[in-house]
Design a protein. Structure first.
Length: 429
């Protein structure tokens, strides 16, 4: 608790001492807007440019934060939960009063590349400008053209609901000075065109590291690139994406990665939770060449250090023996006694990174609330897993999750009933 008291005080002091001065030197007039071609209304209405922008907006999963279920696309209404409060995704339609209808391309570029609002104030990093800064000017122009082509929707954006001192935008000066450097994507001449395309999509538009990395107390990503991390306030764990030794996707092939991103289902597992939304709204719409490029890049991520064998003061053998009984009664009919599932139907549990991730969150939440892969063009009628929150108490869930995390080739830590209770009433979304 003391750390959480000290951090806000330090942030406020630093902001008061240097924040306002630093911000004054970084206002709109100091940002260079790149040359990207014609920006007339006629040029931006070019159907080919708009179509390309629609594709790139899907690659960036812009709808994921700027649309609400049942609402109009890109009209806002959805809030991003953070440890510091909720931050709404604004209206991106070209409404002049409540959207971006009065934004020039320079305004849009500053938001994407520098994390600045039209009025020069800093954007909160819930908007992933730390990744979008890598987006090329040409791609930014195409996305801008697409957003301008949308029907204008009049919808006011709610105010951010942040606790003190994070509601003071001046504190962002300290955060940016420590954690953000604007800069475009730099291709690696020593790598293939496919690798570079995959790196650009993963590091930039796809902003994968924003979920698949741990975050520190100030909300900045830390640790090895794409090494996995708990998604703050959403109670899901985004696994490590390395396909090499000790990585979260060890044993996956490029085909597995492509299948998961395209259909939501692969021989090694299925997409669920926030990743199901990403597949449904974003990656299923990517072309095969781009999906192959992403797989090529992920295959190059380095091996990870082996995790130490889990240690427990509890009788693991007794717990897993009891958990096996629960598994045989409720799970084996679909996932098999050997944990291998049914190809194309029920995902395997043996070697599944969603099962063996460090925290056990994903397995606990899936048992409690069910598993719902996305509906995609490649898998229009996916099989879902029913929730067991009404049938199993916290102890039973802890037993069966501990069993599947220890069974077959899995060697992850057990979980306890009190951990299960924490997630029993957490919403899926």
């Amino acid at each position: 608790m003391k750390r959480w008291v000290v951090i806000p005080v330090v942030v406020v002091v630093l902001a008061v001492l240097g924040g306002w001065l630093w911000m004054a030197g970084q206002r709109v007039g100091h940002v260079v807007t790149p040359e990207v071609g014609a920006l007339t209304s006629e040029a931006l209405a070019d159907p080919a440019l708009v179509a390309r922008g629609a594709y790139l907006a899907a690659a960036g999963d812009c709808a994921g934060c700027h649309s609400v279920r049942g609402g109009l696309p890109y009209a806002g209404g959805r809030s991003v939960p953070t440890p510091f409060g909720n931050i709404p995704g604004p209206n991106l339609t070209p409404d002049p009063e409540t959207g971006i209808g009065r934004w020039s391309f320079a305004d849009f570029w500053r938001a994407l590349h520098y994390g600045q609002r039209k009025d020069g104030q800093w954007l909160y990093p819930a908007f992933p400008f730390t990744s979008y800064t890598k987006v090329t000017p040409e791609d930014a122009r195409a996305i801008y053209a697409y957003l301008r082509s949308l029907p204008a929707v009049r919808r006011e954006t709610d105010a951010a609901k942040l606790s003190f001192p994070y509601n003071l935008r001046s504190t962002l000066a300290v955060w940016r000075a420590r954690y953000f450097r604007p800069g475009g994507f730099q291709p690696d001449a020593g790598q293939s065109a496919a690798w570079n395309r995959g790196a650009y999509l993963v590091q930039g538009l796809g902003h994968c590291n924003e979920c698949h990395a741990p975050r520190n107390a100030l909300g900045a990503t830390t640790g090895a690139w794409l090494s996995g991390g708990e998604i703050p306030r959403q109670d899901w764990y985004a696994p490590d994406l390395s396909m090499q030794a000790n990585g979260g996707l060890q044993g996956w092939t490029a085909r597995d990665v492509v299948d998961l991103l395209k259909t939501g289902h692969a021989t090694k597992g299925a997409a669920f939770g926030p990743m199901a939304d990403v597949v449904a709204d974003s990656t299923q719409h990517l072309g095969d060449a781009d999906l192959d490029a992403i797989a090529t890049y992920l295959a190059s991520l380095p091996p990870r250090q082996p995790r130490p064998a889990p240690r427990s003061a509890f009788d693991v053998k007794r717990i897993t023996a009891a958990g096996e009984k629960v598994y045989r009664q409720h799970c084996a009919d679909c996932h098999g006694g050997d944990g291998r599932g049914v190809a194309g139907v029920y995902p395997p549990l043996d070697g599944n990174s969603a099962v063996t991730e460090p925290t056990g969150i994903n397995a606990m939440r899936t048992v409690l609330l069910g598993g719902f892969p996305p509906v995609t063009a490649g898998n229009p009628r996916p099989y879902s897993m029913p929730p067991y929150a009404q049938q199993l108490d916290d102890s039973d869930v802890a037993l069966v999750v501990s069993y599947i995390r220890q069974a077959w080739g899995n060697k992850a830590s057990i979980v306890r009933p009190e951990q299960v209770g924490k997630y029993r009433h957490t919403p899926i979304d």
